[in-house]
Structure formats: C-alpha cells, structure tokens
Design a protein around this ligand. Structure first.
Ligand code: TEU
Length: 521
C-alpha cells in the first residue's frame, strides 16, 4: 500500500482561526467546509486539524475534556463527518490531533480522581503524590512557567507539564494506553487518514520522579521527556494504523509525532523500522537565517531519516511559533512589538524559505496563513491575549496569540471576511487588506500565488548539494533550487528556464534574500 505521506503537503488548520461559518467570531467546521475549494486550489494533500474536541479552551483546545466528540463551538460530529466526506471529494485527507500527555482538568476522569481522594484507582490514572510540608514533590517546572505541580484541597499534588488545568496522564497505568487505543480507533473508524500526536516525546515519566539539577524547561531527554518506553509504545500505535485497510482512500493511515528535541540527536531513537510513520522536523525553523547553518541542519535531518521508514516532514511554522515573516524580519532578537519587525525584509526571506521548504525531499507542513505571508500580530492588547503562556509568565513571554489571529479572507478592514459577525475571538490588526486571500488571488506575484505554484510544481528525484553555492541543491537530473542568504547578488548556474522565483531575476543573477527554482540545461 502506498505511503502517501512520504511526499505530501499537509495544511494545518487551527480551527478557532481558520473560517467562521456561524457568525460568532470563532472558526468552525461549517466555515472550513465552505473554504474547502480554497484548499483544493492550493493543492494540499491533507489537512491537519488542531484540537476541536469539547474543551474549556484554556490552552486553545489542547486541554481536552472529551476525546471522542466535537466542541459545540466548532460544530458536531456530523459536521466533522461531512467535512471528511467533502474533503475526500477534493482528494484531501484529514488528520486529527491526539493529545495523550495530558487532558483538561474538566475531563470526567480527572474530576472523578479529585472526588475519589488519595490512594484511589481513579487517582492512579494521573500522577498524584503526597509531599511533606507545603513544597511540591519535586523541582520540575511547567513548560508554560511556574512549578509543574498543583496542590489539591486534600493536600495531594498532581503533575502538569503544561498549564495547571492540564493534568498529565499516568502512562504507567495500563488503563491509560488502553483508553487511548480506543480514542485512536474511534477516529480511524470515522475515516481519518492520520493522527498528529501532541507532545509525542512526553507521556511516560521516570517513576522515581527525581529532582533534576537544572529544572529550566528544555526538550532534551529528562525524567519527563524522551523516555525509553516511547519507542515500543509507538510501535503498537503503528501496528494499529497498519491494521486499517485501504478503504476510504488509497494508502495507509499515518501518524506524525510532535517530537521536540534540543539537538537533532535527541530524535534518533524514533527513526527505526516500524516507528511512528512521521516525526516532525522542527530544526529547519529553529535554524538562523544563515546558509551554512541551514545547510548543516538539512544534511543532519536527511541523515537522521536514512535507513528508517520514518519521514521527518519539513516545517517553517505552526501555531506555537512566531510567524516566519516576523522571525526573519527581526533577525537580532525575537520581536516584542510590530514596530521592531522589518516586514519587507521578513517577507522576502519567508518567500525564499517557502521555496526551500517545498523543494526539499519528503513531506512538508504548511500552517494556515503561512501561504499568505502573514506577519505575527505582536501588538495584541494585553486584555485580549488568550495564551496561558502569556498569563503564567505574567507577560515575560508574549505567548503564541500573534500567530493564531483569524485569517483575513477578503475586504479591507476587520474582520476581513473571517466572520459574518462583527468581532473575532482574537483581534486582527488593521492594514491586512493587501494580505487577504481575495487580494492575493488577484495578484500573480503574491505569496499565495507563489505557494500555489510551488505546491503544484514540487520537484522529485534524488537530492544532492550543488557545488560552488552556499545553499543550493539539485533534485534529479535537471532541477535546481538556489538560495541567496548573503549580502551580494549570486550569479546563477546555466539554466534552461526559471520555474519559480521568490524575487526578481535579472541577467541570470539571484538577488539577496531570495530563492529560485531552475530547470537546468
Ligand atoms: O506543544 C508542545 C510544546 O510546546 C512543548 O512540548 C515543547 O517542548 C516546547 O514548547 C518547545 O520548546 C503542544 C501544542 O502544539 C501546544 O499548542 C500546546 O500548548 C502544548 O502541546 C500542550 O498541549
């Protein structure tokens, strides 16, 4: 059976912010359904929905209160099924987000654990501990800031690697993997093509729960990340995926793990035969705008996947990180206000990065709005900010709201066609009229046009670095992608034609901060 995901382009939908179908200012399945033709025209092979399950939305839905239903704000299970069927009609597969490390404190199992009290089997589904005095059981810190433990009224503490409203499941209790197997089957039986696995390097914890010398949050192997049990665990999930027939669409079901690491080597254990089919490669966007550094990252990434049947999709943005335009447009330090971003510079570089992303071998994930070249909205008023990262860090970290702003579809002012209502759940900035889908569809030089052409014309064939360039490679016999990250224009190799360019090519010269796809002679 085909492994369709090996070279697919997958589009990430953040449901709250993609398209609103009922006028309440929050995105939903009805809105997404109406925009399916847009996705089909963009040419993507699949969409991945960030969580849409019943949730208090304390962490944008990554706090799940029921893994097998749809939050009424997004629609119903029937709306989900309608979307899956309609997407299939456009040749688009659907991937859902599984959040196995933690749930919402509103989940019935956690509520039952609170009620049942210390020592109960209900509490053993989570990680509850006694601790002497008024100090937490150990020195672990939440990734969102502050201690990773919260005390309950009866004195016991529970572990949460993220927000205090996101208690961690106890994966050492066999009831937890058994429950998640049912969740997987629930969605696979509904015809989803795959799963995105949240915090895939989490789940299992060192049972001793030891103090660590340096509790600063990081993604290196630790008593809570990259535990050895994970590899065998994901082999069982792969077996479930592979047990599904090729009924709804050609090819196997897939799963993509959100494995973060501080170093590429931290991901090595997952690249084995029979591992989770895909493990995100976040190193591309974590690498500075520097040709040598990017070249090093790309080589290491390709080497990582060699010899395994695991794919490491390329990513330059998602709902957790600053949008590329703002990242590349404020190279010295992460910007904290819109005034610090050189949008023109960032846009040139983000367009070049898109041609890199879509020319590299293997699959690529595109986050909604990336194809429009949206900048981060950094100047969101404090009162409107929603991300728990902002709240827990008391503003020391701005959080991720700026990349989650509702998509501008049309018109020249807020809400830019996102909703038929007047307001949106997060504010949109003024001045996005030229960035709307409508405006960009009318402009053959737009970033949207670039993405559409690049997705339609992705190269195939063997990857090889092109000698004599800082950052250039060939695919097969006659395709080349050349990037210029330097300060001077770069003369291009002899070519038959320019297939696609992120900037303007004159006299066979590639301007700075741009990329080109060439048909070689
Ligand atoms: O993100 C995971 C995440 O943020 C950490 O695992 C990661 O280690 C670190 O932040 C990167 O250095 C996922 C979701 O994508 C995110 O939106 C959620 O907030 C988070 O899990 C909790 O569910």
């Amino acid at each position: 059976m085909t492994q369709w995901w090996r070279d697919a382009v997958v589009y990430q939908i953040y449901p709250r912010s993609f398209a609103d179908g009922n006028g309440d200012g929050t995105g939903d399945f009805a809105g997404a359904l109406a925009r399916l033709p847009y996705l089909a025209e963009l040419g993507v092979d699949a969409v991945w929905f960030s969580p849409f399950y019943p949730s208090p939305l304390a962490d944008g839905g990554y706090d799940v209160a029921d893994y097998c239903d749809v939050d009424p704000r997004f629609g119903t299970l029937a709306d989900f099924d309608t979307f899956v069927a309609a997407a299939a009609g456009h040749g688009i597969r659907v991937i859902v987000d599984i959040v196995p490390n933690h749930c919402s404190s509103a989940h019935p199992a956690f509520q039952a654990a609170l009620a049942a009290g210390p020592g109960s089997p209900e509490r053993d589904l989570f990680i509850f501990r006694d601790a002497p005095g008024n100090t937490a059981p150990n020195n672990w810190q939440s990734l969102f800031g502050g201690p990773a433990w919260t005390q309950t009224p009866d004195g016991q503490w529970y572990l949460h690697l993220f927000d205090s409203s996101q208690p961690d499941w106890n994966w050492a209790n066999p009831a937890v993997p058994a429950m998640f197997e049912k969740v997987l089957r629930f969605w696979l039986d509904r015809g989803v093509a795959g799963l995105r696995v949240d915090v895939a390097h989490g789940l299992f914890k060192d049972p001793e729960l030891p103090d660590v010398p340096d509790p600063t949050p990081s993604d290196r192997p630790s008593p809570w990340f990259h535990r050895p049990e994970l590899v065998a665990h994901y082999a069982t999930w792969r077996a479930i995926l592979d047990s599904y027939p090729e009924d709804v669409f050609p090819g196997r079901r897939t799963a993509v793990g959100e494995f973060w690491g501080d170093e590429i080597t931290h991901l090595e254990p997952y690249f084995i035969p029979g591992g989770m089919p895909q493990a995100f490669n976040f190193f591309l966007f974590q690498t500075a705008w520097d040709a040598a550094a990017l070249r090093h990252t790309i080589t290491a990434s390709i080497t990582l996947a060699e010899g395994s049947d695991v794919v490491a999709p390329w990513v330059i943005s998602n709902h957790d990180v600053m949008r590329p335009v703002s990242r590349y447009g404020a190279p010295a330090a992460p910007a904290r206000s819109d005034a610090e971003v050189d949008v023109a510079l960032g846009t040139r570089r983000a367009r070049a990065a898109a041609l890199l992303l879509l020319a590299l071998p293997g699959s690529a994930y595109v986050y909604q709005g990336e194809e429009l070249g949206l900048p981060e909205f950094l100047d969101i008023p404090a009162a409107d900010r929603d991300d728990p990262v902002y709240r827990r860090s008391e503003g020391a970290r701005l959080g991720r709201d700026g990349c989650r702003v509702p998509i501008p579809w049309s018109g020249t002012a807020q809400p830019y066609g996102f909703t038929e209502g007047t307001s949106t759940w997060l504010p949109q900035p003024s001045g996005w009229g030229s960035l709307t889908v409508e405006a960009q569809l009318a402009d053959p030089t737009s970033t949207l046009a670039l993405y559409r052409q690049a997705i339609a014309g992705r190269p195939a064939g063997e990857f090889a670095w092109l000698d004599g360039y800082d950052l250039a490679f060939t695919r097969g016999e006659d395709f080349a992608c050349v990037l210029n990250l330097g300060a001077e224009p770069v003369p291009l190799p002899a070519y038959e034609s320019v297939l696609l360019a992120s900037g303007t090519i004159t006299d066979g010269v590639l301007p700075t901060d741009s990329a080109v796809w060439l048909r070689l002679r």
